[in-house]
Write a protein that binds this ligand. Structure first.
Ligand code: PRP
Ligand code: URA
Length: 206
């Protein structure tokens, strides 16, 4: 399943995010806001159960979330997607996965993973703004499945068709939520037209 946003707010913010003149502070704000908007869609099927609440006027029936959510940012660029989502779901756990793309081979290299021996959450949201070749997303989902996670969703901002295909082929059970699917990858694995390097633009390291 692939969800590509049609929401006007997402389109507007994504355009600002792409803009080469957008500075790191504004870029981080936009990543945070886009992550929250996409998370709204990605969490539409979370489990709830009925409860009762006392209002100043009496009793009302309502609902509480029943599932433990794990937010799994892929370092570094996924970090900027955590805070806004975490504010909306403060009971979530955050588990970082460190992966970088080898510049020559474009293969993901794992450098950080402190997951405990067995899963502590029922739903995992993998957070990474860029789905380029798809190698990093596939590697992150492999790590989570080896951990024992069985409900995994990928939440990103921009994708190349190549990355969508690779992730869907390797993990057809993992739905993808994305602001937009772009045209293609260039010869060095960057999304075109894309937004450049999402990690460098957030952290001012470009
Ligand atoms: C970027 C991005 C993804 C990955 C996507 O990370 O944040 O994790 O590339 O590319 P792929 O789909 O081809 O694997 P990068 O390796 O640049 O690391 P960084 O976030 O630390 O800058
Ligand atoms: N990683 C990025 O940050 N940007 C791309 O276009 C591809 C991978």
């Amino acid at each position: 399943m692939i969800y590509e946003s049609t929401h006007p707010l997402v389109k507007h913010k994504l355009t600002l995010l792409r803009d080469v003149s957008t500075e790191p502070k504004k870029f981080r704000e936009l990543i945070r806001e886009l992550a929250m908007l996409l998370c709204y869609e990605a969490t539409a099927d979370l489990g709830i159960e009925e409860t009762q609440v006392d209002t100043p006027m009496g009793k009302a029936s309502g609902y509480v979330l029943t599932e433990k959510i794990g937010l799994i940012p892929i370092l570094r660029a996924g970090l900027g997607m955590v805070d806004g989502i975490w504010e909306m779901m403060p009971g979530s756990e955050v588990w970082h996965i460190g992966l970088y793309r080898d510049e020559e081979t474009l293969q993901p290299v794992s450098y950080y993973n402190k997951l405990p021996t067995s899963p502590t959450v029922q739903v995992c949201l993998v957070l990474d703004p860029m789905l380029a070749t798809g190698g990093s997303a596939v590697a992150a989902v492999n790590i989570l499945k080896d951990w024992g996670a069985d409900r995994i969703k990928f939440v990103g901002i921009l994708a190349a068709p190549e990355g969508v295909h690779t992730l869907q082929t390797a993990h057809p059970d993992v739905p993808i939520y994305i602001a937009q699917i772009d045209s293609h990858l260039n010869s060095i694995g960057y999304i075109v037209p894309g937004l450049g390097d999402a990690g460098d633009r957030q952290f001012g390291t470009g």
